[in-house]
Design a binder for this molecule. Sequence first.
Ligand SMILES: *Cc1c(COP(=O)(O)O)cnc(C)c1O
Length: 400
Amino acid sequence: MAVESGSYYQDWDDETRSVRTGTYRSQFGEHSEAMFLTSSYVFQSAAEAAARFSEAEPGYTYSRFTNPSVSMFEERLAALEGAERCVATASGMSAILAVCMATLKAGDHIVASQSLFGSTIGLFNNILTRFGISTSYVPLNNAEAWGDACNENTKLFFMETPSNPLLELGDISAVSAVAKSKGVLLAVDNCFATPILQKPISLGADMVVHSATKYIDGQGRVLGGAVLGSNELMQQVFLFLRTAGPTLSAFNAWTLFKSLETLPLRMERHCQSALELATWLESHPAVSRVFHPGLASHPQFELAARQQKFGGGVLSFIVKGGRESAWKVIDATQLISITGNLGDAKSTITHPASTTHFRISPEAREVAGVVEGLLRVSVGLESVDDLKRDLARGLDSLAI
Ligand SMILES: *Cc1c(COP(=O)(O)O)cnc(C)c1O
């Protein structure tokens, strides 16, 4: 098998990297990369088996450790993120778990941004605490607060930017500078932005995690995740994964590898349509506020322009009249799917207060800005005019 590795892609733009990196070709010369559905590998001799198992020689031994389809996906995503190495995982949550298992021990402390993905908060608050690891939460957009929350046991900063559902931004460079001054590692969940919009490692982050389930697949088919960073850190992540087992399946890796070929194109369209929809919503009389990093009204518009290539494919907005109005808008849709998922070719709409954020107390929700009139839309690849018509049906019916 011909494996191109190393830095052959350094001169290529993302569009080329997304199509041309990570390709392994077998002796059959297939043009589209093959899928390697195999749990194990055969060796030419006892000596070769020994050399592979001892890692004296590179190569495959067992697919919980490595698999060619998984390697292809890892190499391509590493090229896009500008990371030395990528380690693929079974899901976004197993990527976050792997970061914690690789870098933390009992007694350690995490500082994390307040508005994290729900299961990440569940992992930090309900599971890691049982192993003596504690977490403090700070406002995403206040770099100083990250330093103030540190104690002598702080080992990891964990941030998600842009945040869900209000699309707040964290300044990766500023928080990275604080992390470096405190001798703490910074991990960034780059799921909303993808490497097409934002490359946290180039801004000083030590690690990036992904839920590949979202934009990277982009078609709502498979679960997957990834951790990226230096060879040294990724070796620790890899050792946890190969031992504990939440590795990516070959089928999912192949699916995600092929999805990366269209990621730059898809992200550009998601972002253009989201900005157009956000601008239109801002002028609708039934809407009191719109959140999207590409809008000049976004409080961190400057940071967004500096840190991200586009504003992103997710927007949220507040409908006048609270929950009743918000539910009316959802129920009037005929095209947009009513689901909590995001990053799909199909647009989705969610009422966070009664779904993704319903476990949080009403008071805490208000503090977090997840008010009863808030709706979140993940803007898909449909015609933006059709999406406007679909939202207008409910919005126009609200007598305001
Ligand atoms: C979905 C999501 C995750 C978890 O990913 P899974 O693939 O569902 O495990 C983590 N972070 C963010 C921001 C997400 O949206």
